[in-house]
Design a protein. Structure first.
Length: 75
C-alpha cells in the first residue's frame, strides 16, 4: 500500500470545519448563535473568521481496521 493511499484511508473526516469570513459584526453574531458554532478569530476590526462544525458528514471512504483484522487472522 502506497503512502498516499494509506494517508487517505487514515484521514479523519469528522475533524473538518467550515470557515466563514465575515466583515460585519451583525453577520458574525448571526453565525455565533447557530448550534454548529465552534470558535472565532478576530484578525482586524473588519475581518472575523468563524469556525463552524460540519452538520453532515459524508463517509465515502473505508475505515482502516488493521489491529482487529490481524487478531482474527491469528485464530
Amino acid at each position: 500500500m502506497s503512502n498516499s493511499v494509506f494517508g487517505k484511508m487514515m484521514e479523519n473526516i469528522d475533524d473538518r470545519v467550515d470557515i466563514r469570513l465575515v466583515c460585519d459584526e451583525n453577520k458574525a453574531s448571526k453565525y455565533i448563535v447557530k448550534p454548529d458554532y465552534d470558535r472565532l478569530n478576530i484578525f482586524d476590526d473588519n475581518l472575523i473568521t468563524i469556525h463552524m462544525k460540519k452538520t453532515k458528514v459524508y463517509c465515502n471512504k473505508p475505515i482502516y481496521l488493521r489491529c482487529p483484522y490481524l487478531i482474527y487472522l491469528k485464530n
